[in-house]
Ligand binder design. Structure first.
Ligand code: PXP
Length: 240
């Protein structure tokens, strides 16, 4: 069973950016998530700064009391930024300019030199480094060679199979995640998982031994919006 939940609060900033105003404030969401028991806060600082921006990350660094996980692309600019913030963990992800969300795992095997350099630069500042990868043997082995502390398995294909009720694909994805978690932990890597996890599918992923932390964003922020509507409307009516 995973022991930790890191809540991805990017979508709070997405709502703020829809109006380019000051609310909702990601730091406020982070603190409420912590008060509810979250073990960490995750943000993705995209190169296009479409939601979380540099100042959000600095503010979070100075306010949250749990663990800050910064997701970012493999680039010299991002590595320099991370070294100026010193989050507890950096998760290196692939980033496409036109994607709605992260679309696949990082090709560590194909970008070994570049990824290894980023890993070593970040680790030299005392930052734990995780690599967001597909649950494939070659990516797990390459992550070990790159010197990462953690890997985060991309659970998107598992989540898709679950939503589409594709029993065979679901079985296949779960067994890949299970087998690659064993391979990773045996080779000294620690294992996280995330992407597409929600209130319906999380139990299945939680049953995999060896996964330490789940990173969950969209489903938690979506539910927060819905369960919060009742009191938000009542509060407004009371003021009117
Ligand atoms: N892990 C990584 C590396 C991600 O890029 C994302 C999405 O930003 C997540 C986890 C969270 O995914 P979701 O929002 O679908 O829960």
């Amino acid at each position: 069973m995973p022991k930790f939940l890191s809540v991805n609060i990017d979508h709070i900033a997405t709502i703020r950016e829809a109006r380019k105003v000051r609310e909702p404030e990601p730091v406020a969401a982070a603190i409420l998530a912590e008060l509810a028991g979250a073990n960490g806060i995750t943000v993705h600082l995209r190169q296009d700064r479409r939601h979380i921006n540099d100042s959000d990350v600095h503010l979070l660094r100075h306010t949250i009391t749990t663990s800050l996980n910064l997701e970012m692309a493999v680039s010299q600019e991002m590595v320099a930024f991370a070294k100026s913030v010193v989050p507890n963990m950096v998760t290196l992800v692939p980033e496409g300019a036109n994607e709605l969300t992260t679309e696949g795992g990082l090709n560590v095997d194909g970008r070994l030199n570049e990824v290894s350099e980023a890993v070593s630069a970040l680790r030299s500042s005392g930052i734990l480094v995780s690599l967001f990868i597909d649950a494939k043997v070659e990516q797990v082995k390459a992550s070990r060679r790159a010197g990462a502390d953690f890997i985060e398995f991309h659970t998107g294909p598992f989540a898709d199979a679950f939503e589409l009720h594709r029993a065979d694909a679901l079985e296949q994805e779960l067994s890949k995640l299970h087998d690659q978690t064993i391979l990773a932990t045996k080779s000294g890597l620690r294992v996280n998982a995330g992407h597409g996890l929600n209130y319906r599918n999380v139990k299945l992923i939680s049953s995999i031994n060896g996964i330490e932390e789940l990173n969950i964003g969209h489903s938690i922020i979506s539910r927060a919006a819905l369960v919060g509507i009742d009191s938000a409307v009542r509060d407004m009516l009371a003021l009117m």
